[in-house]
Design a protein around this ligand. Structure first.
Ligand code: ATP
Ligand code: MG
Length: 449
């Protein structure tokens, strides 16, 4: 029965000692998305299987090999979302967001599910930060979406990511290209893997994306989509590049990028790192001008990206980048005896109502063991309460960093402690060389605390 104490292959827990890292990534992503005008959308973890078959494309690896699909008790075919775009677009249609002012800028932080071979940076449950910008065909929007991802990387301090850009054209120019690809791969038909042999007639572009070493070796010399772009697609691609230059976002054109999902048109891009091994693509995205129509809505040009948060975290760890430490306990009140415990509980709860992180003993340990715990959690201040402190109405507050002690009156403790901890914070700020001329009482009288 050891099975029940093991998580499912390809999934991972985020433990309390680590969760601040992903929280930091998530809050940075949300904040930057908000600065670009993207608002959060939340959609269900499962959808009708058909949404992904149609949206992602039934000749893709994701749909053919990787989806978690099952029948629910009502006999419906349900799929755990393998990516975020299809659900966001479904919701956009269902709720008539196309009647709202365009573009609709959506973002999400979401779990995704793919039945893949688990390895570093490749999980069966993983998490994405994604954005979708719906209702604009302008190349400025392509540059804006790319800039958003770039802004997040630079905010986090991530180095060495290469932005690789390509255009895979529209339906029209792709007809010619498909023909050329088909002819090329037909000459190698017997060498291709089984899946690609089947794809040859229906969607030869998918072969370019196949991970089998034989197929990708053959794909290297295949015709390049950039040579087949129509005039409009070529102009669009050139304008995207010119906006990126204006915004000082460096990129390289990589004519082999086609992306693994069927819905892409025109611009496709990836942010790639060489530092985290084979799973180096941290972010991938592009335009999907035909997707909304494909799912049954009005013609709505759009684009977006998905960024793998686990890969981003791996990369940041590999580069030794800092994740802000979580807030530590401001005050721990150790107590001896029932009355002191009651008083400790009372003071702590009053401080918590003021927004202070404070703790007291909820285990029933000796004072010595309580102090050991206070040390372990890194409490900034401690105070010991016993019968004699209750009698005199005074107790010693200890600054755990400096060892300094000072006597505090219990009847005015909350206010005095707030004043003290604000002045400590101001000292920290002044130590950074910032001049603070702040009236602490004025701060305490506002509703900030
Ligand atoms: P890959 O080529 O690595 O399989 P993909 O093209 O399938 O990636 P997308 O569908 O574009 O990936 O998803 C966007 C991002 O989500 C990827 O760039 C990656 O960072 C992340 N991602 C995709 N699949 C996984 C996975 N199985 N585990 C962890 N992260 C993933
Ligand atoms: Mg994949």
């Amino acid at each position: 029965m050891a099975l029940i104490t093991k998580s499912i292959k390809g999934t991972q827990d985020v433990l309390p000692g680590e969760s601040h890292k992903i929280q930091f990534l998530e809050s940075a992503a949300k904040e930057i998305a908000a600065n670009f005008g993207f608002r959060e959308i939340r959609t269900p973890v499962f959808e009708h299987t058909e949404l992904f078959q149609r949206g992602v494309g039934d000749t893709t690896d994701v749909v053919q090999k990787e989806m978690y699909t099952f029948l629910d008790k009502g006999g419906r075919s349900i799929t755990l979302r393998p990516e975020g775009t299809a659900g966001a677009v479904r919701s956009f249609l269902e709720h008539g967001l196309y009647n709202e002012p365009m573009p609709q800028k959506l973002c999400y932080l979401t779990s995704c599910y793919r039945y893949e071979k688990p390895q570093a940076g490749r999980l069966r449950e993983f998490h994405q930060f994604g954005v979708e910008c719906l209702g604009t065909a302008s190349p400025a929007a392509d540059a804006e979406v790319i800039a958003l991802a770039g802004e997040l990387f630079s905010f986090l301090g991530v180095r060495g990511l290469e932005l690789q850009l390509n255009s895979i054209g529209c339906k029209e120019c792709r007809k010619e290209y498909h023909k050329a690809l088909h002819d090329y791969f037909y000459g190698h038909k017997d060498e291709l893997c089984g899946t690609c042999q089947e794809r040859l007639d229906r969607n030869p572009m998918r072969i370019l994306d196949c991970k089998s070493p034989v197929c990708s070796a053959i794909a290297k010399d295949a015709p390049k989509v950039l040579d087949y772009l129509c005039d409009d697609c070529r102009a669009h691609f050139e304008q995207v590049q010119s906006f990126l230059k204006t915004m000082q976002i460096p990129f390289t054109v990589n004519p082999t990028i086609v992306r693994g999902l069927d819905y892409y048109t025109r611009t496709v891009f990836e942010f790639v790192s060489t530092e985290i091994g084979a799973q180096g693509t941290v972010c991938g995205g592009g335009r999907y001008d035909g997707l909304v129509e494909e799912i049954g809505g009005p013609h709505t040009p759009a684009l977006g990206f998905g960024m793998g948060l686990e890969r981003l975290q791996l990369l940041m760890e590999a580069q030794g980048l800092p994740f802000p430490a979580p807030e530590t306990c401001n005050l721990y009140i150790a107590s001896m005896g029932d009355n002191a415990l009651q008083t400790a509980a009372q003071i702590v709860s009053a401080l918590r109502q003021e927004g202070v992180y404070a703790e007291f003993d909820v285990v029933g340990r000796s004072v010595k063991a309580q102090m050991k715990y206070a040390n372990k959690i890194g409490a900034k201040f401690t105070m010991v309460l016993g019968d004699s402190e209750l009698e005199t109405g005074k107790a010693m507050l200890k600054n755990m960093e400096t060892g300094e002690q000072q006597e505090m009156a219990l009847d005015t403790f909350e206010g005095d402690f707030m004043r003290l901890s604000i002045s400590e914070s101001l000292k920290d700020i002044e130590a950074l060389g910032v001049d603070t001329d702040i009236d602490i009482d004025a701060i305490l009288n506002t509703n900030l605390f």
